[in-house]
Design a protein around this ligand. Sequence first.
Ligand code: NAP
Length: 335
Amino acid sequence: MQEIKTDLLIIGAGPGGLGAALYASRAGLNFEIVEKYMAGGQIINTEFIENYPGFKDGISGFEIAQNLVEHCRKFRVNINEYFAIDSIKMVEESNSGEKVKTNDPKNSSLDKSRDVKQFKFNCFGDDRVILTKSLIIATGASPGKLEVEGEDKFIGKGISFCATCDGALYRDKIVVVVGGGDTAIEEALFLTKFTRKVYIIHRRDELRAVKILQNRAFENKKVEFLWSSIIEKFIGQDKLEEIVIKNKKNDQKYNLKVDGVFEYVGIKPNSNLVKDLVKLDENNFIITDFRMGTSVEGIFAVGDVRNTPLRQVITAVADGAIAAMSVDKYLNNLP
Ligand code: NAP
């Protein structure tokens, strides 16, 4: 097994990881960055970003991701793409020998009374092991599912999580967007460019999305809201043909013929890798302090995977910058 030694390993090359990499590189840190897929993160699937300061005319998600990657490469960051870390073993060095904490809960012994810099992290993946003194977890989040009957059968056959990727397939068709947050409303508006009609199904009678997006959706003639409603079932032969909708206020159920359903019902943190190492909140987001430090010294977390009050590109890259600076201090034993 190939062994790579480094002072810092950044796991994930979305805006959070790339922000950290840029700052780590400029701070002269010895580090590696790995990404399970292609560098860029979730933002690649976002059609248009209007609120990234400095881009007054907006910018596509793909372009912003590409710019971040190129900016990192300009500062000689080598991004190891398609390199998945499968497990992390935390090794504590002490006079009495090595104590090991893995992400296997049956094999754990964490002594909280240790001094800083006593831990090392052995990160396994792709027949390689990266031995590192510190970690920045930038693994982001993945789209949540409705978990209702028929959903799994029709994913990719009428059910999608990415309007940017699949929207054009629904030219002049009827689609449903599920959810009432920023993503649902933004993507529903994007879909009106192609489709004949967009139903937005929301489980309450009030949206969560910011007002500016709400107003745009209310004014758009192609959009119709189905309030206080949920999808109970997906129906079809080879592809999705109709859905069963339940109105939560009067319990009435009815079928609606649709060509596609786009689900935007929130995100799930990709925190599995460290779930037995660091403290998570009740929704499995990693708990961090203002330095992006987790409950374990030497492990930092940034972006959508942490319990932040705001999940945006700007907050993820800012988290990355802070984390890189915190790692620099940690490695140099500075307060
Ligand atoms: P979100 O804000 O958590 O909204 C998820 C929506 O899905 C909510 O309306 C929620 O309903 C609904 N929902 C959750 N579980 C459901 C279920 N099982 N069945 C039916 N509906 C369900 O998620 P998001 O819209 O993906 O946004 C994630 C983060 O990214 C947010 O912080 C958001 O502000 C940010 N974001 C920002 C922008 C931007 O600024 N341009 C764009 C996209 C995303 P309830 O409202 O009833 O809980």
